[in-house]
Design a protein around this ligand. Structure first.
Ligand code: Z5A
Length: 228
C-alpha cells in the first residue's frame, strides 16, 4: 500500500481532533490527499457500534464484550475505510486505534493476551506507520472537555468521560509505557502546551518520519523550532 497511516492517541481532551485538523491542513497545503477518520467508528458499520459503546449500552455485558465490540468496529473500519484509502495512496489520520483498546480495555481488567488476539483479528496486519501520543495530565484534559460541554449540545459526558480521575491517571501511565515499549513508531508530544506549540511538534515529527515526502531540506528541518 502506497499511503501513510498515522494514528493519534491520548486521553480525553488531549487535543487529538484539534491537531488532526491542523495536520490535515498542512498536508493538503503540501499537495497530499488526506482522509481523517476516528475510532470507534470511521465507517457506516463501525459508527453503529460506536453509538452502542459510547451510550454505555454495552457496559452491562462487561469489559470483555466491550473489547470485542471495539475490535468488531475496527475490523469494519480497516476494511471499509483505512485499507482502501491507503491503497489509493492517501494519508490516513486516525483519531485512536488499537492502542486505545490496549489501554482502555486493559485498564478495565481485560487480559492483555486476550486483547492481543482481538487486535490480530481486527487489524488484519494493518499497523500504523507512526503514532503520536498527545500527553496531558488528566486534570487538564478533563477540564477542557468540561469547558467544551458547557457550550456544545453533546448532552454531557459519555460512557468513558464520566470516570474518576484516578482511572484517567492509570490510562495515562499505560499510554506512556506503550510509547516507551514501541518507541520505533511513537512520538510523545506535550499536549498541555498551547495549540500552536503542539501543532509545531506534531508537524516536525511527521517531517522527521517521512522526510522523503516533503520538499524541505535538512537545514530547514534542523531549525524547525519556529512556526512554519
Ligand atoms: N475507546 C476505548 O475504550 N477503546 C478503544 O479501542 C477506542 C476508544 C478506539 C471515544 O471517545 C472513547 O472510546 C474514548 C476512549 C474509548 N474515551 N472517551 N471519552 P471520543 O471519540 O468521543 O473522545 P476522545 O477520543 O477522547 O476525544 P475528545 O474528548 O474530543 O478529545 P481530543 O480529540 O483529544 O480533544 P479535542 O477535541 O481536540 O480538544 C478538546 C477541547 O480542548 C476542545 O475544546 C479544544 O478546543 C481544546 N483544546 C485542544 N487542544 C488544546 C490546547 N493545546 N490547549 C488548550 N485547549 C485545547
Amino acid at each position: 500500500m502506497s499511503g501513510h497511516f498515522i494514528t493519534f492517541e491520548g486521553g480525553e481532551g488531549a487535543g487529538k481532533s484539534t491537531q488532526i485538523a491542523r495536520l490535515k491542513a498542512f498536508l493538503e497545503s503540501s499537495g497530499k490527499s488526506v482522509v481523517v477518520t476516528r475510532e470507534p467508528g470511521g465507517s457506516p458499520g463501525a459508527e453503529k457500534i460506536r453509538s452502542l459503546l459510547l451510550s454505555g449500552g454495552a457496559k452491562e455485558h462487561g469489559p470483555r464484550a466491550e473489547a470485542m465490540l471495539f475490535a468488531a468496529a475496527r475490523a469494519d473500519h480497516v476494511d471499509a475505510t483505512i485499507k482502501p484509502a491507503l491503497e489509493r495512496g492517501d494519508w490516513v489520520l486516525c483519531d485512536r486505534y488499537s492502542d486505545s483498546t490496549r489501554v482502555y480495555q486493559g485498564e478495565a481488567g481485560v487480559e492483555q493476551d486476550y486483547l492481543k488476539l482481538l487486535e490480530l483479528a481486527a487489524v488484519a496486519g494493518l499497523r500504523p506507520d507512526m503514532t503520536l501520543l498527545i500527553d496531558v495530565p488528566p486534570k487538564i484534559g478533563l477540564s477542557r472537555v468540561a469547558k467544551r460541554s458547557e457550550t456544545d449540545d453533546s448532552g454531557g459526558p459519555d460512557r468513558f468521560e464520566d470516570e474518576a480521575v484516578a482511572v484517567h491517571e492509570r490510562r495515562r501511565k499505560m499510554f506512556l509505557q506503550l510509547a516507551l515499549d514501541e518507541a520505533y513508531r511513537f512520538t510523545i508530544v506535550d499536549g498541555s502546551r498551547d495549540e500552536d506549540f503542539v501543532e509545531r511538534e506534531v508537524r516536525q515529527a511527521v517531517l522527521n518520519t517521512f522526510p522523503e515526502e516533503f520538499d524541505i531540506d535538512a537545514a530547514d528541518m534542523a531549525t524547525a523550532d519556529r512556526p512554519f
